[in-house]
Design a protein around this ligand. Structure first.
Ligand code: HEC
Length: 152
């Protein structure tokens, strides 16, 4: 009978456990620091976009020419066109593309209505933004305004 194996096993186990313990202590000692760019609390909208979109739509990869990591989803006025486009895709459930992980229906609906509300509010507060958009002759221009029957 080979007596070396049972002797070696416990020491390997102990080493493994020690590493686990040390690893745990290390992680506990370093609470996750939000990066400077995300220093404000992450909203549910931002969290969804981060989870399902920015893998492809970030400032480096820019799938479809669109970066959703740098566009502020809380102050949509600054990147209104970007969020209008995103809203259209989200309404149609056209993004994320087939094969990529996608939100469930509730999350889709929540993000759509939240974006609609933000864009409508932004448009009402800044009517001049609308005229700027209109001149870009895009088919998706201001779907929310059309839907609410606004004439601006
Ligand atoms: C797996 C990669 C991937 C993911 C994840 C993804 N997209 Fe896309 N997206 C693309 C690619 C590639 C294109 C360009 C081709 C196309 O339009 O289908 C695109 C195009 C778009 C466009 C059209 C851009 C334009 O100028 O017309 C929008 C809007 C968009 N995506 C929004 C989103 C949103 C919102 C999410 C998250 C809910 C998302 N995408 C997730 C890959 C992705």
């Amino acid at each position: 009978m080979d007596l070396r194996m049972p002797a070696r096993l416990p020491s390997a186990l102990a080493a493994g456990l020690a590493m686990l313990w040390l690893g745990g202590a290390y992680l506990n000692a370093r609470p996750q620091q939000p990066s400077a760019a995300l220093s404000s609390p992450v909203s549910p909208d931002r969290a969804l976009v981060n989870q399902y979109c920015i893998r492809c739509h970030n400032d480096r990869t820019k799938a479809g020419g669109l970066a959703l990591d740098t566009a502020d989803i809380e102050r949509v006025t600054a990147s209104e066109e970007v969020w209008e486009k995103a809203l259209v895709k989200l309404r149609m459930r056209a993004m994320p593309p087939p094969g990529a992980a996608r939100p469930d229906e509730r999350a889709y609906d929540g993000l759509v209505s939240s974006l609609e509300a933000k864009l409508d509010r932004a448009a009402k507060a800044n009517p001049e933004i609308c005229s700027t958009c209109r001149s870009t002759s895009t088919t998706y221009f201001r779907p929310t305004m059309r839907a609410t029957g606004s004439t601006t």
